[in-house]
Design a protein around this ligand. Structure first.
Ligand code: ZN
Length: 349
């Protein structure tokens, strides 16, 4: 019997969450127990809260949510050798099998047996979370606690944005949620010429401008695509975008991306477009487009690149939002649901 702790959990197979008291997680011989200090809400958490079709299929109940977090090592298992109590850490949220072909070839982000922290096993919206040593990432001193809590989505942004060579390229980002916004300064730093971002929400687009977007375009309404074309003209883009980063999961955004890409253009797809979405396949084929699906982060190449970008001055400050106590989780989820740009964080104080 271990000491009880607070945890934000899905307790029944329906919408909603419950703040519970449960036992501290067990620490296996290869595990690290992390005293969680700060947490952030991901779009995935919202799906689990709402209990949509995806969640009902993918998520076991009961489950403690949360995979964006940072904390301090509280305890290590007997076989752990590289991590010590007291270190500031976060964790890669995908626990991979280590045995499949991709894992053995060093392509762990393609593991077919991935288990997600806070998705298929108990996560970090709790006082403590237990994760395998392999997944633990020691936080460099130059990264503050709030930023450290969102290294997971920053990693998504880094992985997506650096998929294709951006030096001198014109880049279109569709979707100005937290990850799309993070992609703006990353693309700039990776050498892009113009970085144009689209969304339907003016307050998000304003943040995109603060983050250095060449142009932030509201593509809402019947004239939306025309406005994007006008911006391309204004910027002297005669042939189309070279690289697209799809961060919205919205079918019209993907269509407009395929339409405005130059021949030979490349698209990295992070947004989860609904199954059955139709696209203009003749454009894909005749323009010779490359479509690359993106999942998670490269382990752990993406983590090193993200840390280095932050060290060199990458500023994602405008995306870091309000902190809520975990007891106020309903208000925090409401703020995410409202389409507010800023990332909602949890802390204990
Ligand atoms: Zn594997």
């Amino acid at each position: 019997m271990t000491a009880p702790m607070a945890a934000l959990r899905k307790t029944t197979a329906e919408a909603g969450l419950e703040l519970c008291e449960i036992e501290r997680p067990a620490v296996g011989p290869g595990d690290v127990l992390i005293d969680v200090q700060r947490m952030a809400i991901c779009g995935t958490d919202l799906h689990i809260y709402e209990w949509d079709d995806w969640a009902a299929e993918a998520v076991p109940v009961p489950l403690t949510l949360g995979h964006e977090f940072m904390g301090v090592v509280a305890e290590v298992g007997d076989h752990v050798s590289g991590i010590e109590p007291g270190q500031r850490v976060t964790a890669e949220g995908h626990i991979t099998c280590g045995r499949c072909r991709n894992c053995r070839a060093g392509r762990r982000h393609f593991c077919r047996n991935t288990v997600g922290i806070g998705i298929q096993r108990d996560g970090a919206f709790a006082e403590y979370v237990s994760v395998p040593e392999f997944n633990v990432y020691q936080i460099p001193d130059h990264i503050d606690d709030d930023t450290a809590a969102i290294l997971d989505p920053l990693g998504n942004a880094v992985h997506t944005t650096l998929t294709f060579d951006l030096v001198g390229e014109d880049v279109l980002i569709t979707g100005a949620g937290p990850i799309g916004l993070m992609a703006v300064p990353i693309a700039q730093r990776a050498g892009a010429r113009h970085v144009v971002i689209t969304d339907l929400n003016d307050s998000r687009l304003k943040v995109a401008e603060q983050l250095g977007a060449t142009r932030a375009v509201n593509v809402g309404g019947p004239d939306g695509n025309q406005r994007l074309r006008q911006v391309m003209d204004d910027l002297g883009m005669r042939e189309g975008f070279d690289v697209g980063l799809e961060m919205s999961g919205a079918p019209p955004a993907l269509s407009s991306m395929i339409d405005t890409l130059n021949h030979g253009g490349r698209i990295a797809l992070l947004g989860l477009v609904p199954d059955g979405t139709a696209i203009d396949w003749s454009d894909v084929i005749f323009k010779g487009l490359t479509l690359q699906g993106i999942y998670g982060r490269k382990m752990f190449d993406t983590w090193y690149k993200a840390a280095a970008l932050l060290e060199e001055g990458l500023d994602i400050g405008p995306i870091i939002g309000r902190r809520y106590p975990l007891t106020d989780f309903e208000a925090a989820f409401d703020s995410v649901r409202s389409g507010d740009v800023a990332k909602a964080l949890f802390s204990w104080g």
